[in-house]
Design a protein around this ligand. Sequence first.
Ligand SMILES: Cc1cc2nc3c(=O)[nH]c(=O)nc-3n(C[C@H](O)[C@H](O)[C@H](O)COP(=O)(O)OP(=O)(O)OC[C@H]3O[C@@H](n4cnc5c(N)ncnc54)[C@H](O)[C@@H]3O)c2cc1C
Length: 347
Amino acid sequence: MQKFDNLIVGAGLAGVWMAFRFMQENKTFVLLDLKDENNSSRVAAGIYNPLLAKRQKVSYNAKNLYPNLYSSYHELEVLLHQKFCHRHQVAYIIENLRELNDWASLSEAEWFSDFVMVKNERIADQVISDFGYIDILDSGWVDIPLFLDSFIANIPSPNLFFNQMFDDNNLIVNNDNFQYNDFTFKNVVFCQGTGIDQNKFTSNIRLKPAKGEILTIESEEHISDMIPQNGVFLLPISNNKYRVGSNFTWNKLDNLPTEEAKLEIIQKLCKWYKAPFEVTNQVAGVRPSSLDRRPILGRLDCHPNAFILNGFGSKGVSHAPYYSKMLSRFIYDNGMIDEEVDVKRFI
Ligand SMILES: Cc1cc2nc3c(=O)[nH]c(=O)nc-3n(C[C@H](O)[C@H](O)[C@H](O)COP(=O)(O)OP(=O)(O)OC[C@H]3O[C@@H](n4cnc5c(N)ncnc54)[C@H](O)[C@@H]3O)c2cc1C
């Protein structure tokens, strides 16, 4: 029976970052995932943005997550010889004079000044932005499917990837190891996103998943390399092609695109985007959001060597590098898990 240090279940952002962290610790792993184009990581726009501009707040733990985010992905770009992380600034469109005044003073405050620059100019002719916009620093986007596929295609031996379903009934739990098919493992890490409830080892942990949809549009106009955003974002992905989204719904949590979401997204876009466009594609997925909107990581109660990394909600790109590192340090280097994100709060 072949021995590995870790079994990782799920190869979305959480599982792949976990695998990379184990490589950095010189620990071996087997990564399991039944690839599905509608998984949250493969549907997501991949935008990272430290600001909740509408709510005039900095996002959770922004000071730790964002300043090194690009370099974390870039390290993997170099390793994999592939470009998937793009520094395109998110530009929040200021709606009115009151908001402009608010931002003029907020941008001076210590907790915003690292991330925000108020610009008194239009984004582009086709983007209604008469009150200017906020240039959000440390923002951009990751082509997540390209990142995941590049990583999986280049997993160095002796580590393994299997495109197959994990069946919790086949995991044999011993005192000091786990057995799955023909392998034994010291640890198991569950990174299953919304699949959490189909696994008896994690099904006692509740998520509050949120469905979201994204359109692809084509427009003759080239606006800019920024990502304008207000209500929805307009993400340039290639010549005249953009992704637009997203919305949030908490019922009917399936991966099927709906006409309601399409109309909602178009309506929000048309509030500030003036050029004609055509919708060429629509996708839907479900975000693995937690009840308190914080990530979920740490040791499970079923076994001292069983762990979880989940609960990334709508922030997988920015959460995965930081929290996978926190978990690998916890497993291997006596590191601590922050109380606010520790799975203990749910079990
Ligand atoms: C419409 C939409 C837009 C989004 N936009 C953004 C964005 O712009 N920026 C951002 O940061 N985040 C965004 N997100 C959120 C982001 O997608 C998630 O935070 C992130 O992808 C979660 O990653 P994960 O690895 O935890 O889960 P997932 O991506 O769901 O991965 C879990 C994996 O586990 C596998 N799995 C589960 N059960 C099993 C099993 N039994 N056997 C084998 N494999 C299994 C699944 O196949 C899946 O691949 C968006 C999400 C949606 C739906």
